[in-house]
Design a protein around this ligand. Structure first.
Ligand SMILES: [Zn+2]
Ligand SMILES: [Zn+2]
Length: 348
């Protein structure tokens, strides 16, 4: 991130020329300590935590009453994030946003929650969420944005992002999330409900894949297709072939698309789209990815069966594609009202 360009007097970044306090954001040992000249009035209006801190009950507040522009130290915050919060609360444009990503936004949300200034900052954060939502790549991106919606208490985004997560995350997403310290701030209920939603969705899709095989077994009719079978070895040959070379015989018969043939074609096609056998793909792929593969099944069918109107395989595969898409569409998001509020806000 670029160096702040706020007017600096002896290392103090002036956010408000008329400011009455210098906040010293110390952060952890690796963060550079920064000094911000800000207005206690502005911060107190946006945040009940600052209001209390600057009040008479606290040592900091007493310092304010007795000293000109006292320094008040804040520990364990990321100084750069505090800088952005102060800048926006003072109606100015933050300048260090170029490298913003979902991880940064989630940390920002945690800081806003800590100082209880989420209401004042949500209009701005909403714009960032909208922008970052279009660039989601990893399971952590899903989690970080969901955490922001949760801490900023936006039920609309929380519903939409949790719905999207169920469609786009594989069932093993929680292993990735466990590696992120930031995502510890998301209640376990959210992780649990998402896992459950993903598992149910994948199970429903898997069930539909199995049920095609059952339906195909029930269809007994057969229709001729443009190929020949060797009655001796069972090999399939092109329609114009007369002779089975491996058998050295004139043993070719017009080929029929029968119930057994359709089942074998179906299983073969599933394998081609790499969603069969189902154990591994259903662990590593999302419902959205599996549905894309299911959609591809149609392109792998035998031309005779894929273009004609009579083949039950074609009809069953089309139905499977429709059902899988409908299952995605029907998936509901999580309701923020059913999730416990963040610690700080529970007592609000
Ligand atoms: Zn043969
Ligand atoms: Zn057919």
């Amino acid at each position: 991130m670029s160096e702040p360009t706020n007017q600096c007097v002896s290392g103090v970044e002036t956010i408000d020329m008329q400011g009455d306090v210098i906040i010293v954001a110390q952060g952890s040992s690796t963060d550079k300590t920064r000094h911000f000249l800000v207005s206690t009035k502005v911060l107190g209006l946006a945040s009940p935590v600052f209001l209390k801190l600057f009040g008479p009950e606290f040592l900091e507040g007493q310092k304010l009453a007795n000293t000109y522009r006292p320094e008040i130290a804040l520990n364990q915050d990321i100084p750069a994030i505090m800088g952005v919060i102060f800048t926006i609360l003072h109606y100015q444009e933050p300048e260090e946003m170029s490298e913003m990503n979902t991880q940064w936004l989630a940390s920002f949300a945690i800081h806003c929650d800590k100082y209880m200034c989420t209401k004042a900052l949500w209009p701005r954060v909403q714009i960032w969420v909208r922008k970052l939502r279009k660039k989601i790549l990893t399971p952590e991106d899903h989690g970080n944005l969901l955490l922001a919606a949760y801490l900023f208490r936006d039920s609309k985004y929380f519903y939409a992002l949790s719905r999207e997560a169920q469609l786009k995350l594989p069932v093993a997403f929680s292993l990735q999330w466990e590696k992120s310290e930031t995502l510890d701030s998301l209640p376990d209920t959210v992780k649990f409900q998402l896992s459950e939603g993903i598992e149910n969705l994948l199970d429903a899709i898997k069930h539909e894949i199995y049920s095609v095989e059952e339906s195909l077994r029930a269809h007994k009719a057969s229709h001729p297709i443009q190929a020949k079978d060797c009655s001796s070895c069972g090999r399939t040959h092109p329609a114009e072939a007369q002779f089975c070379k491996p058998c050295n015989k004139y043993s070719l018969q017009p080929k029929l698309c029968t119930s057994d043939y359709r089942i074998s074609q179906y299983l073969l096609t599933l394998q081609k789209t790499s969603i069969w056998p189902s154990s591994k793909p259903f662990q590593t792929l999302s419902a959205s990815e599996i549905t894309s593969s299911i959609t591809l099944l149609q392109t792998h069918l035998q031309p005779d069966c894929a273009t004609g109107e009579i083949c039950p395989l074609k009809k069953e595969v089309e139905k499977l594609v429709r059902t899988a898409h409908a299952l995605l569409k029907q998936t509901a998001g999580l309701f923020l009202s059913e999730i416990e509020a963040p610690q700080d806000q529970a007592t609000e």
